[in-house]
Design a protein around this ligand. Structure first.
Ligand SMILES: NC(=O)c1ccc[n+]([C@@H]2O[C@H](COP(=O)([O-])OP(=O)(O)OC[C@H]3O[C@@H](n4cnc5c(N)ncnc54)[C@H](O)[C@@H]3O)[C@@H](O)[C@H]2O)c1
Length: 248
């Protein structure tokens, strides 16, 4: 167990499973004072909280719900006094070729992956700026940098996360505040999100990946941990690809 997040108060959206859960566990193992795992369902919270008693706290919130986001962030501030690290990880896919992509598929993905990131950051960043330090780390995707067939909605949101992050790096460093904003762009990673992607789709991706495999949750969590920690204190406005060298 390291201490790279010693005494930090951390908030991770979509923290119940997949990459978000890996980040929650990494922060807790690295000495965080509190790690808030935000998710739409509380089903996985008892197990996660029991693994890190007194550190991990599950909270039900839909990141698309502005009032709920504001209320929860105010509660975290009231209970913990500050927020040092935000990880915007909650995300969904509703894939389809453009002619088959419905308005609902577009809106659902934009709401969670783009508006959700905006709402969380709008609520948390002023708290960090007032404190004078903090890290906002958002999960983009290789698809946000390279594009992909059947992912108009998803690619737009993940590209939007990159451009918001670059803007925030400038905006959050005004008035002497040392609030950093970075993004991590994972390649395909074995989580529940890609459980339905057929192996015949994944095989050519592995074949195009110089390091010859998909990402493990830990590969992504390690990069998030580094960028969220003081080790990355002079890094802001960056997008780190964690994809084994894949170019889509
Ligand atoms: N798995 C991959 O291959 C991959 C690759 C690149 C980027 N990503 C990105 O990484 C992030 C995590 O993906 P994952 O694979 O762990 O996904 P996942 O589906 O396994 O987990 C996502 C979590 O987010 C939660 N969530 C969904 N909508 C929410 C909402 N409105 N409010 C709060 N929580 C919500 C879900 O309940 C779930 O626990 C996403 O942003 C995804 O786009 C994943």
């Amino acid at each position: 167990m390291g201490m790279r997040m010693r005494d930090k108060v951390c908030v991770v959206t979509g923290g119940a499973r997949g990459i978000g859960r890996g980040v929650v566990e990494a922060f807790a193992r690295e000495g965080a004072k509190a790690v808030w795992a935000l998710d739409v369902s509380d089903k996985d919270f008892p197990e996660l909280e029991a693994a890190f008693p007194g550190v991990v706290r599950g909270a039900v919130v839909d990141v698309t719900d502005s009032a709920a986001v504001n209320a929860l962030v105010a509660r975290i501030k009231a209970e913990c006094g500050r927020i040092d690290a935000l990880v915007n990880n909650a995300g969904i896919t509703r894939d389809g070729l453009i002619q088959k992509m419905s308005d609902e598929d577009w809106d659902a993905v934009v709401n969670v992956n783009l508006k959700g990131v905006f709402l969380m950051t709008r609520a948390v960043a002023p708290i960090m700026m007032e404190a004078g330090s903090g890290s906002v780390l958002s999960i983009s995707s290789v698809v946000g940098l390279d594009g992909n067939i059947g992912q108009s909605n998803y690619a737009a949101t993940k590209g939007g996360v990159v451009s918001m992050t670059k803007g925030w790096a400038k905006e959050f460093a005004r008035k002497g505040a040392k609030v950093r904003a970075n993004a991590v762009s994972p390649g395909y990673c074995r989580t529940p999100m890609i459980a339905t992607v057929p192996e015949k789709v994944l095989e050519p991706i592995i074949a195009k990946t110089p390091l010859g495999r998909l990402a493990e949750i830990e590969d992504i969590a390690n990069a998030v941990l580094f960028l969220s920690s003081e080790e990355a204190r002079f890094i802001t406005g960056q997008v780190l690809r964690v994809d084994g060298g894949l170019v889509l």
